[in-house]
Design a protein around this ligand. Sequence first.
Ligand code: ADP
Ligand code: MG
Length: 698
Amino acid sequence: MPNNTHIQYLKGIGPAKAKQLERLEIHTVEDLLHYYPRTYQDRRLGVPPNEYNSEALVVFKGRVLRTQEIPARSVLIFKAFLEDEQGRQVECTWFKKRMYRPVRFDPFGVLKKDFHLNNEVWVIGRRENKNNFFGNKITVEEQYAAQDVLSELHTGRLTPIYALTEGLTNKQFRLFVYEALQTDSLASEPEILPPSLLSKRKLLSAPQALKAIHFPHSLAELESARARLAYEEFLLLATAWGIKRTQTKVLAKDYSYQIKKNLLTPFRERLGFGFTNSQKKVINEIFNDLCSPRPMNRLLQGDVGSGKTVVALCAMLLAVENGYQAALMAPTEILAEQHYFTFKKMLADLPVKVAVLTSSTKAAARKKILKELADGSLHILIGTHAVIQDDVQFHNLRLAVIDEQHRFGVKQRSKLKEKTAKLDLLTMTATPIPRTLALAFYGDLDVSTIGELPPGRQAIVTQTATAKLAYERVREEVQNGRQAYIVFPLIEESEKVSAKAVTEEFEKLKKVFPQFRLAMLHGQMSQAEKEKIMADFAAHQTDILVATPVIEVGIDVKNATVMVIENAERFGLASLHQLRGRVGRGEHQSYCLLVCEHAGSVAGERVDIICATRDGFKIGERDMQLRGPGEILGTRQSGELEFKAGDIFKDRDILYWAIQDRDELLTQDPALARPEHFLFRQKLQELYQKNWHLIDLS
Ligand code: ADP
Ligand code: MG
């Protein structure tokens, strides 16, 4: 049976089960073999509990002494008393809901076949009372007759536990995998890794690793299997990026830049502050890229408030100085609008024409913008993803800047990639990518980092607080002429429900602060309303802005000094850090107050991290550990960074091996044309077609 055989032809699986398996993206025997366990239970006898087991797990092999049925009102109970070779006894209990059944149906019929006097059985269950030392009373989860030859798949070993959907049990699934491992599909599982690397890194072969990842004989064997599979995943992805990088390196621009300074110099003179050293350094790096003969693909990372916007503006001015157009894209309309006002202010009386385009731009205004873009009289276009729609045609767009790039969806990003393939591209983020990741997987990307904040910024005092104390602080600050944000979480991801909730809170807060001017902002308002409210707040026409997380990124009002985050436990780490970054932008001492309903758990851990850490890079790294890289980089759906076996944090050493070996591989055989690399290359292409659309390997 070749390993691309459809799953329904495997022994024990029919069309119905195949449907359920397809929900897990398992279509072929090969898919099944590569559906690795989520975790393992140590069901070996006489082995002390280890990391895989919770305290309450009991694994027991014994002889049936007697059984008993207890009919109760709502549940039916079956009990079996077992004794093992050392004479220890356990009392096992099964519960079944009482349901209407035909009279002669016995809900414990199947059990009774194995659980009869003197028969040898295995039971796996949970202690009914955690404090009961030996656990001699257990609620059973799985049981097997010892004479059943296949029971050794399930018990007496490190037992695989899979993440399954409804209708599938681990017991069944183990049998399916066992069947798949029996067929010759395992033998036909190709070894894609070149033999030289296998021996250099002392890795298990592909069939060995697959067998051991599902049914390991020991923890050591399991680790070797995982290492081999992780290495393979890392090497494939690192190589894909490596190839991409060599390809973009040879691309040449058919346009060039010169630093003329007829706009840059007057811009700098009017700015009102000098650049920080970090800003100077990254502006240099960006200008070098722009003046080089190949297209720029640079990620600018810098903590919240580090001043990325002016850096981007400098790059855009260089484009305009050279007679080209530039575009800036932001993930929200509010942020796009704000950038527009910032640019207008900073570029006042310079001969640079700027416009903003979002999905709520009125038809007439939109038409005018499109016309001026096409004839080249508009120099800089700011907007949301509306900017990349097909009918938006530029006269000579050369530079695209993407702000808060991690906030764009996968679809938008691949569209962006399409549109910007031959452009100079600057992406900006405050959610930094850990260095190892950036190097390995964004190998085609150059990274610039702003490592300092503008001078005079004070550390933001970050604390958990009761609502009462938080409002006290708000009152004090507003009385001193400052402003405050009070933010509520999004509810069930729905803007509508959130808008309603925040409206109710707004009414309550008006009573808490009758003497102040309050305004409300949420995603359901019209663009004109949002603009007016932001403009009023920026001009200090209002004191307190009550909002949903629409204000999370980019908003810049220097006089605001208090950020109250309600239900802080509902926010992710990156969001908390971004929200905190809305204050502390001027010379005044600022506060970020986290109002939590329940402490403890992962949520509480996030709040603790935010209180203890100011460094956005550390926060980014912790966030990635808590949530996984795919989630953070928005690549989850695309499968771009989903590792099945590997973990970029735990398997750092293996990751370094892979990067090192990738570099050697591509130096020796850049096109992977040698026969020993044929299967590896084929696998790369297959993966590229399946999930890596974003990595353009063509
Ligand atoms: P972010 O990196 O979070 O996008 P912004 O670009 O919004 O940060 O900058 C935050 C604030 O700091 C803005 O008000 C900006 O004008 C100001 N700023 C930027 N660079 C400097 C500097 N070198 N000195 C003083 N203020 C600066
Ligand atoms: Mg910004």
